[in-house]
Ligand binder design. Structure first.
Ligand SMILES: NC(=O)c1ccc[n+]([C@@H]2O[C@H](COP(=O)([O-])OP(=O)(O)OC[C@H]3O[C@@H](n4cnc5c(N)ncnc54)[C@H](OP(=O)(O)O)[C@@H]3O)[C@@H](O)[C@H]2O)c1
Length: 258
């Protein structure tokens, strides 16, 4: 049986200048592959692009802020698709913050939601509209295991990840007939700039390149949900189904993200 998602040849990745997005760019980089990469930091993005070119990929890289330059994002996606029709778009860019430094402010919550929800929506929908007439394509949405329950240490982060997780699950059903796959990615702790300043213990913390390989495998199989590592997935799932009266006292004691 044909496996339409096995070998994507044209891949767009937001948040490719660092961490999981960079690792994904590197695992997909190969001769015959076109990569469209974005992030904010010019120098880091250029270094990732150069590394991917040295692995044989054709790379378009442009640094800009996907929230402040929403219009540019739509044009950039269209340009990438015109150069090499997209097989896979990975909406990965994200930011994190929590209540470690005090209560979440409206500005902090809005910034997190604008990036982690708005940035994902503004990446996914233009890509879907380009894929739809072709009856082929795949969307990957970066959520988190933090999407399964609101943790007091990171309210807006959890809320944003829950929003894109549920949105992606719904889109998958909606886009099935159009031949477009949608996967929601829910990693646990992964080494990156985002987790580098966490001073608390991070159970089962994994290297970004290992996470990227797990994600690539899940996407090749068009998995609805790519959640890992499984013991942490099992733990958050259990916390999500237990009554809040049991879990709240425990969650209040967990460390808070700065
Ligand atoms: N690390 C974890 O443990 C973990 C776990 C679950 C989910 N995730 C999710 O995985 C994704 C990647 O995070 P990461 O851990 O790899 O962190 P990271 O190393 O900080 O990477 C985040 C990426 O997003 C980009 N980005 C952020 N805001 C942006 C904006 N407004 N416009 C354009 N690009 C923007 C960053 O660009 P610049 O660096 O160039 O500014 C960077 O490339 C995020 O969605 C995160 O929530 C991470």
């Amino acid at each position: 049986m044909a496996r339409p998602f096995e070998s994507p040849r044209s891949i767009l990745i937001t948040g490719a200048s660092s961490g999981i997005g960079e690792a994904l760019a590197r695992v997909y980089a190969a001769p015959g592959t076109a990569l469209a990469l974005t992030g904010r930091d010019h120098a880091r993005l250029a270094a990732v692009a150069e590394a991917c070119r040295s692995m044989g990929a054709v790379v378009r890289a442009e640094a800009f802020d996907i929230v402040r330059a929403r219009e540019r994002l739509a044009v950039w996606i269209a340009e990438a698709d015109a150069a090499a029709p997209l097989d896979l778009a990975i909406a990965n860019a994200g930011v994190s913050a929590g209540t470690g430094g005090g209560a979440e402010t409206a500005a902090q919550a809005r910034h997190l939601l604008d990036t982690n929800v708005g940035g994902v929506v503004d990446t996914v929908l233009p890509a879907v509209e380009l894929m739809r007439p072709r009856g082929h394509g795949q969307i990957a949405i970066m959520a988190s295991l933090a999407a399964f329950r609101g943790f007091p240490g990171a309210p807006a982060y959890c809320a944003g990840k829950a929003a894109v997780k549920v949105w992606g699950e719904a889109l998958r059903g909606e886009l099935h007939e159009a031949g477009i796959g949608v996967s929601v990615i829910c990693p646990g702790y992964v080494k990156s700039r985002m987790t580098a300043d966490n001073s608390f213990p991070m159970p089962l913390l994994m290297e970004a390149d290992r996470a990227a390989r797990i994600i690539r495998r899940g996407l090749a199989r068009n998995r609805a949900r790519i959640a890992f590592p499984w013991p942490l997935y099992a733990a958050v799932w259990l916390i999500s189904v237990l009554p809040p009266s049991l879990t709240d006292p425990l969650l209040r004691r967990l460390p808070k993200k700065q």
